[in-house]
Design a protein around this ligand. Sequence first.
Ligand code: HEM
Ligand code: HEM
Length: 149
Amino acid sequence: MRAGLRDIESRADCERLVRAFYGRALEDPIIGFIFTDVARLDLEAHVPRITSFWETVLLGARSYGGGAFRPHAELHAKVELRAGHFAQWLHLWSHTVDELFAGERAELAKAHALRVGRAFRGRLRTLPSPSGPPPGAAGLTVTQHGRRG
Ligand code: HEM
Ligand code: HEM
């Protein structure tokens, strides 16, 4: 446990964590575009909801009404949310938690994100998603790898 850090204790702590996370996520080279270009996230509308989610998970607040999976399914219908995107999301989240807080709730914040991320990814795999060409590519080129001759 890192010296000088305390645990997550209040809604204000949850919000601080969430804002610090999005500060990173929106700028991230791997997942940033999903928030800014695909979802066009309205951060000021989103922060209270996601803060309530964490307040519910970590502090037992019951301020979050549920239905967290659905917006991800809608996103996935626009751009495939791959295992690598989830790995990066979880990496940024864990890093942000460890930077700001230490303790049982901080550990729970990381553990629960991992569970939810795994569950989301598992459910999304079963749903169709466009895996179209990257932006700017002219047409779709099908390349087969791993075949010789
Ligand atoms: C105090 C304990 C807990 C609270 C308050 C809590 C709260 C939540 C909330 C609010 C969600 C989002 C649900 C939704 O939006 O529909 C969620 C999802 C989830 N939780 Fe927990 N949780 C707790 C403990 C656990 C534990 C112990 C596990 C597993 C061992 C777990 C695994 C999951 C998984 C896998 C999901 C994602 C489900 C899905 O939508 O596919 N949770 N939890
Ligand atoms: C590839 C990874 C992920 C991406 C790109 C992503 C992206 C997003 C976006 C864009 C929204 C806002 C949707 C909207 O309001 O229009 C959202 C909502 C949300 N995300 Fe994620 N997310 C990811 C993973 C996760 C994980 C692992 C968790 C687990 C803690 C999570 C929890 C939530 C919650 C609780 C909401 C709020 C849903 C609501 O409005 O009630 N997300 N996510």
